[in-house]
Ligand binder design. Structure first.
Ligand code: GLA
Length: 723
C-alpha cells in the first residue's frame, strides 16, 4: 500500500512527501502543517504541464531520471554492458513514521532497487537523506552517478564555498538564473576549494533575514554538488559522491549506499540555519561527545619550531604554555624517525633516535607534570618514497601500473583498502598509544588523490571508507583518545569525518585578518567547539601580515582556542593579554561551546562581530578589520537575548587611557557598566568606540533580572577587566 502522502514533523516544521505514479516528491518543507493543510499543500503543488514538453510533464522527484522524461540533471545514471542506460525506479512500498520515512522503488527492466530513507531530527529539524541502490539484475551494473537526493528549491540565490590552502571557506554568491552550477571535487578529500556544502535562499538573504536551505553532504572523498534551474523555471539541488570512470560497479546482488545529505531550513537567515545545525552536529553527528568535557586550551608546536625538535627547547615551550593557561600540548610534525623536513619518513611512526634518544617519555612526562595533556601529530594515510615502510613494501601505495604517480608534498597515498597495509599502520599507531599516555592525535592528510587505483581498479570510494575504518578501529581500541581532522589545514572538514573526530584544524592561515572571515563562514555549518583556532605570532609566517595580540587572541577566543607560535617570543604585555584572554575563554567556555553562536551583522563592511549567548548572559566581540566607513560606528545590535530580561553590560577591555580616537567616547566604551533590557540591546544596540584597524571591543552581558523593570547594581568585578 502506498499512501498518497507522508508528513514528517520536527523542529517546528513539516516535510511533506507526496507519492504519485510511483514517484516520491517533496512538496512542502516549512512551518508545521496539520493533516488537512498537508493535503492542500499536495493539491496546490500541481503546477500543470506547459506546451513544448513531454505530454506527461517532468516530475521533479527525489530521484528524477531520464527514463521518466526528465530532461534536467538526472539523479541516477547507470550502464550495463548490454547497452542498458535508462533507469526508471517506481515506488513499490513506503514505511513512514513521524520522524522518518523509507521507500523502495524498483525497476525490473534495468535490474535495480532503490531504497531511500529520510529522517528528521525532532529537536533541531535537520533532515538526513540517504539512498541505496541494489543490483537485482544478472550482469554487472555500473553506477555513473547517484545523488543522495534531489531537493526542490524555492529560492534562487546560492552561497557556495571556494578556497585554497591557507584560504578555506571563501563564500561565493550566485543567482541561479539559468543552467547548471556543478561544484565537482576530484581531490579525494573534502577539499579546500569545493566542499560539498551550499546555502540556497531568498535573494539577499543575510545573517538574520531570508528563507534559506542549507545543504551538507557528509563525505570525505570526491563529491559533486549540483544546483540547477530547469528549463521550465523550477530549481533543484543534488549532492552525491563523485566516482572515477567505472569506479562504482555492482555485481549481481551487490548494493551501493550514498553518503548522507544533511539539510536544514530556516526562515531567519544564516544564523537561523546555524541555530539548527550547531546543536545537531554536537548532539547527533558527534553523539554529545564534546559536552562531556571542556575543550582543552591547546598549544601546538608547528609554528613555534617546525621540524627543529630539541627536547630542552620543547620543555621550555611547555613551561611557558602551561604558565599561560594551556591544557593540552601537541607535538606536531618532526618527531619521528629521520623526519627533518617534509621529504622523508612518513610511514615510520617511531621517535627519531637523534632528537628523542630516550623516546617520547621524557617530554610527555614533563608536559603531564605541568598538568597538561599530551597530543601527537600523525599522517597515517601517507608514506614518503624515502621511508623504511615504502622501501620494504614499494607496492603499498595507491597507483596505476605503468604510470608515473605524481608526488604531493613529496609523498604517496598508502593503499589502505588492503588489509595488510591498514593493519601495519594500525599496529604502529596502536603501539604508540599503548606505550604512552597520549590523549590526542592531530590526524593530518596532506595531498590530493590522483592515480587512486588499487589492484588495477579505481579506488577513491574504497580508500575513503578504509580511512574511516582505520580511524574507527583506533577509536574503538583507544576510546579515550581525541582526534583532530586536519588536511593541509581545513581540507577535510565535513560531518562524516566529525562522526569519528573531535575537532577540525580550520586552516593553516592563522592571520586574524584572514581568519575572521574564514571562521565566520566556517561557523555557518560547524559549531565553534570543533573549530581549532590558534593565536599566532605577531608577524604571520604565511601572510607576512602584522597584528596585535588583542585581535589575535580575540579571533581564537570564539573557537576551540589554542596557541600556534613560540610563546617565549611574546612580550610581557602580549603574554599578560594572552593569559587574560585564555582565562576569559575558560570563563565563557561552556557558553562558547554549548551555547548559541550568533554572527552579528554590522553595516560597516570593515567590521566583524560575534556573540556567544545562553540563558545567563553573553560574550560579545566587535573587531575593526579595515578602516571604518563612518566617523562613528553604527551601534551593534545584539541578538538572541531574552527581550524582557534585564542585562548588565560591561566592556571588559576598555582602553587604559581615555581613547584618543574620539573627543568623547560613549561611557560604555570607556568601561562604565550599563543596565538595559534585552529589548533595548536588540533594537538600539551597543554604542561602539571608534577603533583603529585591528582594534577589538569585548563586552560581557550578565542577566540580572527577569523583567525589564529591574534596576540592579553593577556587579561585574573590576578584576574581570583586561590588563
Ligand atoms: C600540515 C598541517 C599543519 C602542520 C603541517 C606539518 O600543513 O596543516 O598544521 O601540521 O602539516 O607538516
Amino acid at each position: 500500500m502506498i499512501p498518497p502522502l507522508v508528513r514528517l514533523s520536527g523542529g517546528g516544521q513539516s516535510l511533506i512527501f507526496a507519492f504519485e505514479s510511483g514517484l516520491a516528491r517533496l512538496v512542502w518543507w516549512g512551518a508545521e502543517l496539520s493533516a488537512m493543510e498537508a493535503e492542500a499543500a499536495v493539491r496546490l503543488a500541481d503546477r500543470g504541464i506547459p506546451q513544448g514538453m513531454l505530454d506527461a510533464g517532468e516530475a521533479l522527484s527525489l530521484h528524477p531520471c531520464a527514463a521518466q522524461g526528465f530532461t534536467g540533471f538526472p539523479a541516477l545514471e547507470i550502464r550495463r554492458d548490454d547497452g542498458t542506460f535508462l533507469a526508471d525506479p517506481r515506488v513499490t512500498g513506503v514505511r513512514g513514521g513521524a520522524d522518518a520515512v523509507e521507500w523502495r522503488a524498483m525497476d525490473r527492466l534495468a535490474g535495480l532497487d532503490l531504497s531511500v530513507k529520510v529522517t528528521l531530527d525532532a529537536a533541531t529539524g535537520v533532515a538526513a537523506f540517504k539512498t541505496r541502490v541494489e543490483n537485482t539484475g544478472g550482469s554487472t551494473l555500473c553506477l555513473d552517478w547517484v545523488a543522495s537526493a534531489a531537493l526542490p528549491l524555492d529560492e534562487d540565490e546560492a552561497l557556495m564555498f571556494d578556497g585554497r590552502w591557507a584560504g578555506e571557506m571563501r563564500p561565493v554568491r550566485a543567482r541561479l538564473t539559468t543552467g547548471t552550477w556543478l561544484k565537482d571535487n576530484r581531490t579525494g578529500r573534502t577539499s579546500h576549494h569545493a566542499p560539498p556544502f551550499a546555502v540556497v535562499g531568498a535573494p539577499g538573504f543575510g545573517e538574520d533575514e531570508g528563507e534559506v536551505l542549507g545543504l551538507h553532504l557528509a563525505w570525505s572523498g570526491s563529491t559533486r554538488l549540483v544546483l540547477e534551474r530547469l528549463r521550465d523555471g523550477r530549481l533543484q539541488a543534488q549532492a552525491g559522491e563523485l566516482f572515477l570512470p567505472g569506479e562504482m560497479t555492482l555485481a549481481p546482488g551487490e548494493a551501493y549506499e550514498t553518503p548522507t545529505l544533511y539539510a536544514a531550513r530556516s526562515d531567519r537567515g544564516l544564523n537561523g540555519l546555524s541555530a539548527r545545525l550547531h546543536p545537531f552536529v554536537r548532539d547527533v553527528i558527534m553523539g554529545g561527545r564534546l559536552a562531556a568535557r571542556p575543550r582543552p586550551v591547546t598549544f601546538n608546536t608547528w609554528e613555534a619550531v617546525y621540524f627543529r625538535h630539541d627536547l630542552d627547547e620543547l620543555k621550555a615551550l611547555a613551561d611557558r604554555a602551561a604558565a599561560l593557561g594551556v591544557e593540552r600540548f601537541v607535538l606536531d610534525d618532526g618527531w619521528f624517525a629521520g623526519r627533518h623536513d617534509d621529504t622523508t619518513s612518513l610511514g615510520d611512526w617511531r621517535p627519531d633516535p637523534a632528537k628523542y634518544p630516550e623516546g617520547l617519555s621524557p617530554l610527555i612526562d614533563h608536559v603531564r607534570a605541568l598538568g597538561m595533556e599530551f597530543g601527537l601529530w600523525v599522517e597515517p594515510e601517507m608514506a614518503n618514497p624515502a621511508s623504511e615502510l615504502l622501501a620494504a613494501h614499494p607496492d603499498w601505495s595507491l597507483k596505476v601500473a605503468g604510470r608515473e604517480q605524481p608526488l604531493g608534498r613529496g609523498q604517496y597515498v598508502l593503499d589502505l583498502t588492503r588489509a595488510e597495509v591498514s593493519d601495519a599502520i594500525f599496529a604502529q599507531i596502536d603501539s604508540l598509544l599503548r606505550a604512552h599516555p597520549i590523549a590526542y592525535l592531530k590526524w593530518d592528510m596532506n595531498r590530493d588523490l590522483t592515480h587512486a587505483a588499487s589492484a588495477g581498479r579505481p579506488a577513491v570510494h574504497a580508500q575513503t571508507q578504509a580511512v574511516y575504518a582505520l580511524i574507527d578501529r583506533l577509536r574503538a581500541t583507544h576510546p579515550g583518545v581525541e582526534i583532530e581532522s586536519c588536511a593541509s589545514g581545513g581540507g577535510r572538514a565535513d560531518y562524516e569525518i566529525l562522526k569519528r573526530t573531535d575537532r577540525i584544524w580550520t586552516s593553516d592561515n592563522n592571520d586574524p585578518f584572514v581568519r575572521q572571515a574564514l571562521q565566520r563562514a566556517f561557523t555557518i555549518f560547524f559549531p565553534p567547539g570543533v573549530m581549532g583556532a590558534h593565536v599566532p605570532a605577531a608577524i604571520n609566517p604565511i601572510t607576512g601580515g602584522r597584528s596585535g595580540m588583542a585581535l589575535r587572541a580575540a579571533t581564537a577566543l570564539f573557537g576551540h582556542m589554542g596557541i600556534e607560535a613560540d610563546p617565549r617570543r611574546f612580550s610581557l604585555g602580549e603574554s599578560e593579554r594572552l593569559a587574560w584572554m585564555i582565562a576569559l575563554h575558560k570563563r565563557h567556555r561552556r557558553r562558547l561551546h554549548s551555547g548559541r553562536l550568533i554572527r552579528l551583522p554590522h553595516p560597516d563592511p570593515g567590521a566583524s562581530a560575534l556573540m556567544a549567548t545562553d540563558s545567563e548572559g553573553a560574550l560579545v566581540c566587535f573587531t575593526q578589520l579595515a578602516p571604518s566607513m563612518t566617523a562613528t560606528p553604527a551601534p551593534l545590535k545584539l541578538s538572541g537575548l531574552d527581550e524582557a530580561a534585564t542585562y548588565l553590560v560591561l566592556r571588559i577591555d576598555p582602553p587604559s587611557r581615555p581613547s584618543a580616537m574620539m573627543k568623547r567616547s560613549p561611557p560604555l566604551a570607556e568601561g562604565a557598566p550599563a543596565t538595559a533590557s534585552g529589548r533595548v540591546l536588540v533594537r538600539q544596540g551597543l554604542p561602539l568606540p571608534v577603533l583603529r584597524v585591528g582594534g577589538v571591543a569585548l563586552y560581557e552581558l550578565e542577566r540580572i533580572g527577569d523583567d525589564a523593570a529591574f534596576s540592579g547594581e553593577a556587579r561585574l568585578a573590576p578584576a574581570r577587566r583586561a590588563p
